[in-house]
Design a protein around this ligand. Structure first.
Ligand code: KG4
Ligand code: ZN
Length: 334
């Protein structure tokens, strides 16, 4: 069964063709990073306009690579939630048009659940039941996942998402946009135990996160609590140490809550996904700490961590099998 997937929830325009929910026949992502760089963040109106410009060329190229047309696929899967409303509407409208023109089922996909599925792409992995950590620019969520479509949310951030914290700390350190990869890179030059930023676990079971405190701690470290200092007063080593120590603290919190969830729920498998799952330190630490406790740990390749349509087409297959298709009046939910 062949699914055409579309993803336009934030600032990446992506289209993919995936067979049987697993094998990626073709997948392309048009990044808008250059467009948003000078603003230091995603400008929603610009993102939506860029999706309009990119979607058809990206789709044409993907269909050429997969040697098929929309008439040949079994369904059109598209992210309809969550995301930026203008961005979501572009992909959703395109998908509805394709579904209507070609008389194909339309499958709405939840972006966060698609991130939790990404580890299964190009593999025969059946990780369920598992603990899924989805860690992105908009979400930091722990699910107890009993299947690709059965996710019980058991932990979440109470304030910033982890990716958002990376991006904001990168801005404080005046590192290039996008911030997450910049912190990751600079951290390799710093000492991750140079500064002991406070680790927090919140919520009844210690499965929730809070990242706003550490962001403020970094700000005070750089500017002083009275803002009497400037970034220019720090030398290159200080900057790298702050980046590495911040990253280590965030990774510690992500790993600790995920392992606690696995042990509490008696689950022996951990899956991670989302843009922050591309972080080199998180990938190493999560794998090591899981191994120490005899837990299996599955992390998608980098290209399936950040936003992509392959995960959408992959999960779309399972939704289609479950009959979870939608009428053409299905809405985008930001
Ligand atoms: O999943 P994603 O592509 O988009 C959302 O659904 O939000 O995640 C984007 C987030 C951004 O905050 C970005 O800074 C972060 O993922 N990110 C990283 C890394 N690569 C991307 N954070 C830390 N280290 C990385 N290597
Ligand atoms: Zn995402």
């Amino acid at each position: 069964m062949r699914i055409l997937g579309l993803e336009s929830s934030c600032d990446e325009t992506s289209v993919a063709v995936v067979d049987d929910g697993r094998r990626v026949a073709a997948s392309l992502v048009a990044s808008q990073v250059d467009l948003h760089r000078k603003y230091g963040g995603v400008v929603p109106e610009l993102a939506a306009r860029a999706h309009i410009e990119c979607l058809l060329p990206v789709m044409t190229e993907v269909l050429t690579q997969a040697k098929c047309s929309p008439a040949d696929v079994d369904a059109i899967a598209v992210v309809n939630t969550p995301g930026l409303i203008g961005s979501l509407l572009i992909g959703l409208t395109a998908a509805k048009t394709l579904a209507w023109l070609n008389n194909k089922p339309l499958v709405p996909v939840n972006h966060v659940e698609a991130h939790a599925y990404a580890a299964c792409l190009d593999t025969d992995l059946e990780p369920w039941p598992c603990i899924s950590l989805v860690v992105s620019g908009g979400h930091t969520t722990i699910f107890h996942s009993r299947g690709p479509l059965e996710h019980e949310r058991i932990g979440r951030t109470l304030d910033d998402a982890a990716g958002e914290a990376f991006d904001k700390v990168a801005a404080i350190l005046e590192l290039p946009y996008p911030g997450g990869p910049s912190i990751d890179k600079l951290s390799r030059e710093g000492a991750c135990h140079a500064i002991r930023f406070k680790r927090t676990a919140v919520g009844k079971e210690g499965l929730d996160f809070s990242f706003s405190g550490i962001k403020t701690s970094v700000l005070y470290r750089v500017r002083g609590t009275d803002f009497s200092h400037t970034l220019a007063e720090l030398d290159a080593t200080d900057r790298a140490d702050i980046a590495a120590s911040f990253q280590e603290a965030v990774v510690d919190m992500l790993v600790a809550n995920t392992l606690r969830a696995a042990l509490d729920r008696g689950v022996d498998t951990v899956v991670i996904g989302g843009g922050v799952a591309a972080n080199s330190r998180l990938r190493v630490r999560m794998a090591e700490e899981c191994a120490k406790r005899g837990l299996a740990c599955h992390i998608p390749p980098m290209k399936y961590c950040t936003d992509n349509a392959a995960m959408v087409a992959g999960l779309g297959y399972h939704l289609l099998q479950a009959g979870r298709t939608a009428d053409l009046d299905v809405e985008a939910l930001p």
